[in-house]
Design a protein around this ligand. Structure first.
Ligand SMILES: Cc1cc2nc3c(=O)[nH]c(=O)nc-3n(C[C@H](O)[C@H](O)[C@H](O)COP(=O)(O)O)c2cc1C
Length: 225
């Protein structure tokens, strides 16, 4: 017997084409204000707001609906310092060993370096983990599908929710980042994917000009009618 069980779902009120045009335009406009910042103020963010953003991420589509993700939300100063120290150790190694001119040239206009003060000043860090495989309560494991795609989409939902709340974030990807599994006390099935530093911008925060240049639609869109 099939275990497929169709159920009805809450439907949104239908929109006219004109409303759809206006909504998509307004949404685009909202997102022209999304910027990655690296200088955070110390203004705190309520924990419930962070939970709501993660609730949004939890609604993302995923391969076979396995939801192969886990989020660790950190406001503990001690843990943030541990993460900053470990990330800076890795970054210093990375920057001193890097002899790939192309990579260095790509990073230069963004102005990033091995100093990661934001990992300490941002009021919240969310570490995103991918569940390479799932674990049942009895200890048996099961396969997850399209894990990088699913976690990428959930992270996009999360970043959108952060932006829609009037907050800013930085996607940070130390390389390697295995230390995060240990600091966050996650099982071996969990692979760290990124750290999101979340907060309000510092008074004198600036963004790199290079990051404001986005490819025009003609360059990223092919329409087949
Ligand atoms: C997967 C990924 C990894 C990133 N890693 C870092 C990082 O380690 N450090 C950093 O300063 N910015 C990092 N960024 C932020 C990018 O530099 C930033 O998104 C880009 O410059 C465009 O700027 P915008 O987000 O303001 O549009 C990362 C972004 C993504 C999507």
């Amino acid at each position: 017997m099939s275990i497929y069980k169709p159920v009805s779902f809450p439907k949104m009120s239908p929109k006219s084409d004109r409303e759809i045009q206006a909504l998509t335009k307004a949404h685009y406009r909202t997102f022209t204000f999304r910027k990655t910042i690296r200088d955070f103020s110390e203004r705190p963010i309520p924990e419930e707001a962070i939970k709501n953003c993660i609730r949004v991420a939890s609604l993302a589509p995923s391969g076979a609906n396995h939801q192969p993700w886990h989020f660790v939300a950190i406001s503990s100063k001690i843990t943030k310092i541990k993460i900053r120290d470990a990330a800076e150790r890795e970054e210093k190694k990375f920057y001193s060993s890097i002899n790939n001119d192309e990579w260095l040239q790509a990073l230069e206009p963004i102005g990033t370096g091995p100093n990661k003060l934001h990992l300490e000043t941002a009021p919240w860090l969310i570490v995103v983990f991918a569940e390479r495989y799932g674990c049942k309560i009895d200890g048996t494991t099961y396969k997850n599908y399209y894990v990088p795609e699913s976690v990428g989409i959930a992270s996009g939902f999360l970043i959108s929710a952060i932006h829609q709340a009037g907050l800013y974030c930085l996607v940070h990807t130390p390389n390697p980042m295995k230390f995060l599994t240990k600091i966050c006390n996650r099982p071996a099935s969990n692979k760290p994917v990124m750290i999101l530093a979340i907060g309000h911008p510092a008074k004198n925060a600036k963004v790199p000009y290079a990051a404001t240049l986005k490819k025009p639609l003609e360059q990223i869109l092919t329409t087949i009618r």
